[in-house]
Structures are given as structure tokens and as C-alpha cells.
Design a protein around this ligand. Structure first.
Ligand code: FES
Ligand code: FES
Length: 136
């Protein structure tokens, strides 16, 4: 299977790999796994509460090249977005941007799920109800 140039770029030079301080109230952590392959993705957001804007995002992915590229791209997209804008990120936008083939679509689903799971964690930490995480 051929990876696109963008996947190779994100895979060989992933953006925003790392960890944010989980104990902070304005940090949300998402941890998701793909039933298809067992790959695991952790994605974290840091929110500026005054403006409801995501000011930082980090990830660690134990998975395939497409999963690493999807989460790297997701963290780039998240920075500067409002929570609502972040919630609107659809995995098919990642598929398009990275030109993922059909067998790799679930890798992008993992990234979308990780975003939503991080936002849900942030909400719960701040007294809001958890998000219902849709199962694809
Ligand atoms: Fe399963 Fe990419 S996350 S193959
Ligand atoms: Fe759950 Fe696709 S089966 S993410």
C-alpha cells in the first residue's frame, strides 16, 4: 500500500507529540483504541477558559503510520479552534487531507474519536455532562 506524501511527512516529522499536564482543570485527555487493529491514540487539549479556545494540543499514538499522521494533523487543526469548531472536525476531512485509502479510514476515525473523547473529558472536569461518543 502506498502512503501519500502528506502521510509520510506527518509520520516522519509528527507535530505536537507529547503530554499535557492531566491534573490541570483546563486540560482534556482522550484515550481511544481501534478494535480493528489494537492501535491506541492519546490526544490532549488545553483550553483557554476565558475564550473557550484550544490553545495547545498534544498526542501520543501507538499505531500505524496513518494513525500517527491523522493525530498529528488533528493537533495542528485543533490549535486556535473553539470547542464547537473542534467538535465539528469530521474524520472524512482527515481522509481527504491525507488521501487515506479505504482500509485506513478507521485510522482517521480514531483521531476524530480522540478529539471528541478529549473534549468530553474537559467537559466532565468542568461540571458539564460527558459527550455521547458516537460509534462509527
Ligand atoms: Fe489501525 Fe491504522 S489505526 S491500521
Ligand atoms: Fe468503533 Fe469504528 S468500530 S471506531
Amino acid at each position: 500500500m502506498a502512503y501519500s506524501d502528506k502521510v509520510i511527512d506527518h509520520y516522519s516529522n509528527p507535530r505536537n507529540v507529547g503530554t499535557l499536564d492531566k491534573s490541570k482543570k483546563n486540560v482534556g485527555t482522550g484515550l481511544v483504541g481501534a478494535p480493528e487493529c489494537g492501535d491506541v491514540m492519546r490526544l490532549q487539549i488545553e483550553v483557554d477558559e476565558a475564550t473557550n479556545t484550544i490553545i495547545d494540543a498534544k498526542f501520543k499514538t501507538f499505531g500505524c503510520g496513518s494513525a500517527i499522521a491523522s493525530s498529528s494533523l488533528a493537533t495542528e487543526w485543533l490549535k486556535g479552534k473553539s470547542i464547537d469548531e473542534a467538535l465539528a472536525i469530521d474524520n472524512m476531512e482527515i481522509v481527504e487531507e491525507l488521501a487515506l485509502p479505504p482500509v485506513k479510514i478507521h485510522c482517521s476515525v480514531l483521531a476524530e474519536d480522540a478529539i471528541k473523547s478529549a473534549i468530553s473529558d474537559y467537559r466532565v472536569k468542568n461540571g458539564l455532562p460527558a459527550l455521547e461518543l458516537a460509534h462509527h
